[in-house]
Design a protein around this ligand. Structure first.
Ligand code: FES
Ligand code: FE
Length: 381
């Protein structure tokens, strides 16, 4: 007897299909996403306090561009394309550093002030007509929110309020609710960078669902028992997920954390809120700290995730041990990213050519897919 290999049958019309596998593997889809999402929308680039003095800079990848974020002598943050206007050399080659007054290109020493203006070029006296402002660094739009510098490469950036800040209102049900955590005043307790061998959308979709919580997050479901039911964080709009009985804090063993942040309300106490800011930022709010993830997609199958744990300044200044709360979400991250990495290779399998299935409590991931397709100017075939 011989068997004939079969292609998978399409998902039944009564079920919602995920995106087809090629959306996670095709370099052309990734290129489109870079152009239409990461180079068009606001992206969270740098924590403002990481640039704590004039001349401090960090470089980040935003879509296909490398961007320098720096602090000027008058204390403002500025962002520029990391490209020298002379012959295009990358100006800053380090990920972070500090200059005294200016940024100097390592190729022919064109020099720019911290506002991006061209201030010196060897032998420029022989080319007197060069316009030092016109040949300054190319500025990138920058806004600060939650203590981070958000940048947008678009010539006409979309409304920051509608496309970024709105996510917090959507999830918390109240424009003021996120301000109670005073995120911009918090101090960095720990930062972990994860190099995840998976498409950025697998990470977003995973973050948006809780169907997997009972299977892969034993520590998290101990602290948030409601999550074991698999309801998505979406279910908790407005009221968050409640800590379990006997759980004292958002820590790996449920032991007490730190004092509640000063403006967190009684209604927000003992609760966990999760916000996704499209395209690639996650914010988690718990009574005594905030966890913020920034994703930097590097290739269709590789994403860098920088995760910051933020605490009251006095907690960090006191040298208190933050490891119990860091350990809880670090384990969640490792568990999630392992799941994403296990899924990535299968995206190119013929079994996933037509996509997979969204179960009913993941319907909001379908909304994310619709947003993605609309942003790419496509529709479901
Ligand atoms: Fe930068 Fe020439 S490329 S100075
Ligand atoms: Fe998870």
């Amino acid at each position: 007897m011989t068997t004939t290999p079969t292609s998978p049958s399409p998902v039944s019309p009564s079920l919602i299909a995920t995106l087809p596998g090629r959306y996670y593997t095709d370099p052309e889809v990734f290129r489109q996403e870079q152009e239409k999402l990461f180079e068009s929308l606001w992206c969270c680039a740098v924590r403002s306090a990481d640039l704590d003095r004039p001349g401090a800079f960090r470089t980040v990848q935003v879509g296909r561009e490398n961007v320098i974020v720096t602090r000027t002598r008058t204390g403002e943050l500025r962002a520029f394309l990391n490209v020298c206007r002379h012959r295009g050399a990358r100006l800053c080659t380090e990920e972070a550093g500090e200059v005294r007054r200016s940024l100097q290109c390592p190729y022919h020493a064109w020099t720019y002030d911290l506002d991006g203006k061209l201030i010196a070029a060897p032998n420029l006296i022989k080319m007197p007509d060069i316009d030092r402002v016109e040949y300054g660094l190319i500025k990138v739009a920058l806004r600060e929110w939650l203590g981070y510098a958000w940048v947008c490469l678009a010539d006409e950036p979309p409304s920051f309020e509608d496309t970024v800040m709105h996510a917090a209102v959507e999830r918390l049900g109240d424009a003021a609710a996120i301000a109670h955590y005073g995120t911009e005043r918090l101090a960095l307790g720990r930062r972990v960078t994860y190099d995840v061998r998976a498409n950025w959308k697998l990470i977003v979709e995973n973050f948006m669902e809780c169907y997997h919580c009972a299977t892969i997050h034993p520590e998290l479901t101990e602290v948030l028992p409601e999550f074991a039911d698999g309801y998505a964080a979406q279910y908790y709009v407005g009221h968050g997920a409640e800590f379990g009985e006997g759980i004292e804090g958002f820590t790996v063993d449920g032991s007490a954390g730190f004092a509640r942040l000063p403006d967190v309300t009684a209604g927000q106490d003992r609760r966990y809120y999760a916000i996704t800011v499209k395209p690639a930022v996650f914010v988690n709010l718990v009574p005594d700290h905030v966890i913020l993830h920034r994703m930097f997609p590097l290739a269709e199958d590789r994403t860098l995730v920088e995760c910051d744990w933020l605490y009251a300044p006095e907690v960090v200044a006191s040298g208190a041990d933050v490891s119990k709360s860091v350990e809880l979400f670090h384990r969640v991250n490792v568990q999630d990213f392992e799941a994403c990495e296990r899924t990535q290779p299968a995206m190119s399998s013929r079994a996933y050519r037509g996509g997979g299935v969204l179960v009913p409590n993941e319907h909001h991931i379908g909304i994310f897919h619709e947003w993605l397709l609309t942003s790419l100017g496509e529709s479901r075939a």
